[in-house]
Design a protein. Structure first.
Length: 141
């Protein structure tokens, strides 16, 4: 399995990620999911500008998030993401967040993305350069 298939990194939960209940807020998790997807694309040379130059951009169609356990300030979290479907004008990307110290699953997410024309915002086929860069994992690693 290559870097294009499963992207991993770690982060430490900061105080600004935490809400009044003392754990990572659900809106923050959405931002972390998008940030992780962006980091994966950037690592393959497919940042926003590169994709825009191809004539398309990615927009979110839907997020599905399961909250398994809270994440607390100071905890180190393993972030993982992979694409489980990539065809036509659509992509399905999975994300998984796990506490490093005990391996506890914190959050799992599935995001449905649409690839759209940069000018018209209408769906368009995913460019061959993008299809070649990402390896699809149909089953979770």
């Amino acid at each position: 399995m290559s870097e294009s298939a499963l992207f991993k990194r770690t982060r430490t939960i900061e105080d600004e990620h935490v809400d009044l209940l003392g754990h990572v807020n659900n809106v923050v998790w959405i931002n972390l999911v998008i940030d992780l997807a962006t980091a994966h694309a950037n690592s393959l040379g497919l940042d926003f500008e590169a994709t825009r130059k191809l004539g398309g951009i990615w927009i979110v169609r839907r997020h599905e998030i399961d909250y398994h356990q809270p994440a607390l300030p100071g905890e180190e979290v393993l972030e993982e993401t992979w694409i489980s479907s990539l065809r036509g004008a659509r992509s399905v990307r999975n994300a998984r967040f796990t506490r490093v110290k005990d391996g506890a699953r914190l959050v799992s997410a599935v995001t449905h993305w649409a690839y759209v024309d940069v000018r018209t915002q209408r769906p368009r086929r995913i460019d061959p350069e993008i299809l070649e860069a990402f390896e699809v994992l149909q089953t979770a690693p």
